[in-house]
Write a protein that binds this ligand. Structure first.
Ligand code: BDR
Ligand code: CA
Length: 311
């Protein structure tokens, strides 16, 4: 079993990623850490606790992290228009989890777990990169000791989803992302280049609705809202994108995507392109790669695998 930490801003697709990870025997979920993004860090923590309880995985600790970007401390904004007022498409409503988050900070948890299993822990970051940036700052050896880092974020060859240029997880904290990209971490970037091809259609939700399971109905309701938001913004694609689940999928089976080693930086002060992930792909001498970038995905095989594990 591969030991993983999932860093989330729960979020409907984060919720689907948590369910996928929690129900995949290849992965050992050491903990779920939370950050701001789709919702506030407090809401992300609440949603994560509730979902793990629905999954019967109260054994997995939830540790809260940062509520604000690294430098842009006054930056406001969330994605409730896509994920709902509660972040879970209204499926949560007024319900509250029974449990509480664990003590300490998400970044400290990452450092402790990585130190205790050098070279083994995979971090799957599917929110802003602020917790991961802080972990790297906290421990100068973190980058050497972490096993692998999967980042759901960025758009290297395709347009963004928050602006024409930038993807949400990078845009909401570009300095944290830039810091993480320069840290020498073993990163695989799972960006919109591939996640916009892994689509869940409304028809597939019937498979969950037909089940006698509270969890299945909860995820169907949450995803229904998320699909409606996609239908509004992208009526052409016929479903919602499984961004965060694909990052989990890559931890289970890296052959879901074809990757290319590239040097990628974040535009932190663009006139039009703040938060853009820029790959240096010119002819002639190239900058040494700092990550593997997912460029193609076997979407059908991934989707069937995801559906076989969730719910
Ligand atoms: C990413 O942004 C968040 O809204 C989603 O949960 C996903 O992690 C997609 O751009
Ligand atoms: Ca997310």
């Amino acid at each position: 079993m591969k030991p993983i930490i999932l860093d989330v801003d729960t979020g409907v697709d984060d919720a689907l990623a948590i369910a996928y990870a929690a129900q995949s025997p290849e992965l050992r979920l050491l903990g779920v850490t939370t950050c701001f993004g789709n919702v506030s860090v407090e809401e992300a923590t609440r949603n994560t606790l509730y979902l793990l309880e629905l999954l019967g995985r109260e054994d997995v600790p939830v540790i809260a992290g940062e509520g604000k970007p690294l430098f842009r401390r006054n930056l406001k904004g969330d994605a409730k228009h896509i994920h709902g007022e509660d972040g879970l498409g209204g499926a949560l409503g007024a319900a509250l989890p029974k449990g509480e988050p664990g003590p300490g900070h998400a970044a400290k948890f990452m450092v402790e777990q990585v130190r205790s299993m050098p070279g083994q822990v995979t971090i799957i970051a599917v929110g802003t990169l602020v917790n991961l940036a802080l972990a790297v700052m906290m421990d100068p050896e973190f980058a050497k000791l972490v096993g692998k880092v999967l980042v759901m974020g960025g758009a290297v060859t395709v347009p963004g989803n928050v602006t024409g240029q930038a993807e949400a997880n990078i845009y909401r904290d570009p300095e944290a992302a830039e810091y993480v990209f320069r840290a020498g971490l073993p990163i695989t970037l799972v960006g919109l280049d591939v996640t916009m091809k892994t689509l869940l259609s409304r028809e597939r939700l019937q498979e969950w609705r037909s089940k006698d399971s509270k969890l299945a109905h909860f995820l169907a309701d949450a995803t229904d809202f998320y699909i409606k938001a996609y239908e509004h913004k992208r009526p052409d694609i016929g479903g919602c994108a499984l961004h965060d689940p694909l990052a989990v999928g890559m931890a289970i089976d890296p052959s879901f995507c074809r990757t290319q080693p590239l040097h990628v930086e974040v535009d932190v002060e663009g006139l039009y392109s703040t938060g853009r992930t820029v790959a240096f792909r010119r002819f002639g001498p190239k900058k040494p790669p700092n990550m593997d970038v997912c460029l193609e995905v076997d979407a059908e095989r991934f989707l069937e695998h995801f559906m076989s594990r969730v719910v």
